[in-house]
Design a protein around this ligand. Structure first.
Ligand SMILES: Nc1ncnc2c1ncn2[C@@H]1O[C@H](COP(=O)(O)OP(=O)(O)OP(=O)(O)O)[C@@H](O)[C@H]1O
Length: 338
């Protein structure tokens, strides 16, 4: 079954003088996981609250599977599973009671709400704590309960604000699996997180918010095209000794290569250049034990946008900035600089 997902056009929201969200437009497609990425205070939570029908925008339009959460919050809430960044009230209820009450609020008969609670407690690994009051739960356990609560009514659209914070590694893996399964079932997932390595593993699309505005796609692409660091480690060779060897193989000046613990770090512009660089390292007879991007593309893009990628870079076509490249003719005797 296909559905339109989330469509946001020209949404704004201020708190007094603070323009928390300014003119945001975005689409989160059904059947895909969309990441909402941005620095602290960029407006992610404010935007998610508006999508969840819990905060009215000052302007603009929002459609959740075609439903306007402002004019028809009841219908929107039936579609939406909302996981806030911190589990709210109900400390006196047990985890099971929290889920049963939630199911009842969504109109489920008691037996169905009870069976659903049992299944969800199992799914998020809280069965052993099902009958303890929610206030004794650790932060990560509260996050799990918050996730279960968002899933009670089998929502078509999942909105999650920092769902991975506080979760241990296994729970993060389980969360990723769950989000992928959700998307595979044709549902819509919009998830904010600061843990970009985590998001990288799960998202199909990303929307970047900076100072309350969605960054336009051209600027995101320009940032994503910039050179990023790759780690190289040679088997049995100290990084300080590996540095000149890698530099020679890649025809770079050693100064353009940094040392980070056991690895040397080289700036590489594109996947094609990475392929060429690896070939050259191997052709030079170096024992390459590790060759990997040191940053995911989301993280790199986030950092570049934070530094302010000039909009004109995005406008120029094609717009490769002039990062140092390896494996190509652009390297020179003066060496490339980061
Ligand atoms: N209820 C409020 N009253 C006044 N200002 C608010 C309110 N809620 C948010 N803001 C302000 O709006 C801006 C956006 O906040 P928001 O919480 O949406 O950011 P965020 O991207 O979710 O941040 P973080 O990554 O730190 O969670 C901030 O400047 C914040 O101080």
């Amino acid at each position: 079954m296909t559905s339109p997902g989330i469509v946001v056009e020209g949404v704004r929201r201020a708190f007094g003088d603070i323009q928390a969200v300014r003119n945001v437009s975005l689409v989160a497609h059904a059947g895909r996981v969309t990441g909402l990425v941005g620095p602290n205070g960029s407006g992610k939570t404010t935007l998610l609250l508006m999508l969840a029908s819990l905060l009215a925008p000052d302007a603009g339009s929002i459609r959740i599977d075609g439903v306007d959460p402002i004019s028809d919050p009841h219908a929107a809430r039936a579609l939406i599973g909302w996981m806030p960044d911190a589990l709210g009230a109900w400390d006196a209820l047990t985890s099971r009671e929290t889920l049963v009450v939630t199911g009842r609020l969504y109109g489920m008969p008691k037996a169905e709400a009870s069976a659903r609670a049992t299944a969800l407690l199992e799914e998020v690994g809280l069965t052993a704590l099902a009958d303890s009051p929610a206030k004794v739960l650790s932060r990560g356990q509260k996050q799990r309960l918050g996730l279960a609560r968002a899933l009670v009514h089998e929502p078509r659209v999942l909105l999650l604000d920092e769902p991975a914070s506080g979760l241990d590694p296994q729970a993060r893996i389980d969360l990723r699996v769950l989000l992928r399964r959700f998307a595979a079932e044709g549902r819509t997932v919009l998830v904010s997180s600061h843990i970009l390595s985590e998001l990288e593993e799960v998202v199909d699309d990303a929307v970047f918010l900076v100072a309350g505005e969605a960054v336009d796609a051209g600027r995101v692409e320009a940032a994503a095209r910039r050179a990023r660091p790759w780690r190289v480690r040679l088997d049995g060779v100290e990084a300080s000794d590996a540095r000149p060897q890698v530099a020679a193989a890649l025809r770079l000046s050693p100064e353009s290569i940094t040392v980070d613990r056991r690895d040397v770090v080289v700036e590489i512009s594109s996947d094609e250049d990475a392929v060429a660089a690896l070939r050259e390292l191997v052709a030079a007879g170096l024992a390459v034990a590790e060759f990997a991007a040191a940053q995911g593309s989301l993280e790199r893009t986030f950092l570049d946008l934070g530094r302010g990628v000039p909009p004109q870079e995005a406008a120029a076509e094609p717009a490769p900035p002039a990062p140092p490249t390896v494996g190509g003719e652009q390297t020179n005797d003066e060496g490339a600089t980061a």
